[in-house]
Design a protein around this ligand. Structure first.
Ligand code: BEZ
Length: 210
């Protein structure tokens, strides 16, 4: 069954490079970026897992915990991590799930047979503290992801939750937001700063920080 936005992320217990975890317990009250890669000891994956480690302060600032998965064994993960660390001048501290029997990869539809049925594609799930899936992305094996974009979406989701707003194309934290369609422009002027109305359905504004 395909996982959809708003679904509860399926729970599982698994071996990882940082010990055994029960996923929901491990999530706790954090946000999570759960991402799969095709295989250990491959070039694109080595750059991706290093970038996620380099961004550790950015994840922490947002209350986000990263966790990776591939269908390799835990022994392979543990012997690959020094390569990731030395190539990217970083330290991988987040867990990498070992899923050699593909249980978790199949639970999360991370294996797309048209891209090869022996390993996962580059899936991303952003999961909120209620364990709800808030974003899914699927990249082909040949293309490394842009984790700055994933941080940007998390900023947008957290802003949408906090201020009940939407965010426009290419929005970045600090930019003007979109006023929700359910309120009038007069109400928007009471609630937000710098309200501009391009059309009755397209109003931009700044969140008033108290
Ligand atoms: C890579 O990480 O370089 C890679 C892995 C599997 C297929 C293609 C590229």
């Amino acid at each position: 069954m395909t996982l959809m936005l708003g679904d509860v992320a399926p729970d599982f217990t698994t071996e990882t490079s940082a010990g055994e975890i029960s996923f929901h317990d491990w999530v706790g009250d954090s946000w999570v970026v759960f991402f799969s890669h095709p295989a250990d000891f491959t070039p694109v994956c080595t750059t991706e897992l290093g970038r996620v480690a380099q961004l550790s302060e950015e994840w922490a600032k947002r209350g986000v915990k990263p966790i990776a998965l591939s269908v390799d064994s835990n022994e392979e993960h543990i012997s690959w991590i020094p390569d990731i660390n030395s190539y990217n001048n970083t330290t991988v501290e987040y867990p990498i799930i070992a899923d050699p029997d593909k249980t978790v990869a199949e639970l999360y539809d991370m294996i797309h047979p048209n891209e090869g049925d022996t390993s996962s594609v580059r899936s991303v799930f952003v999961i909120d503290p209620f364990k709800k899936i808030r974003l899914t992305m699927t990249y082909p094996k040949s293309t490394g992801r842009n984790f700055d974009e994933i941080l940007r979406v998390i900023d947008a989701l957290q802003t949408a939750d906090r201020a009940e707003v939407a965010t426009p194309v290419d929005w970045k934290d600090g930019d003007k937001i979109i006023v929700p369609t359910g309120i009038t422009t007069a109400e928007a002027r009471e609630r937000f700063d710098d309200v501009e109305e391009a059309f009755p359905y397209l109003r931009t504004a700044r969140i008033r920080e108290n």
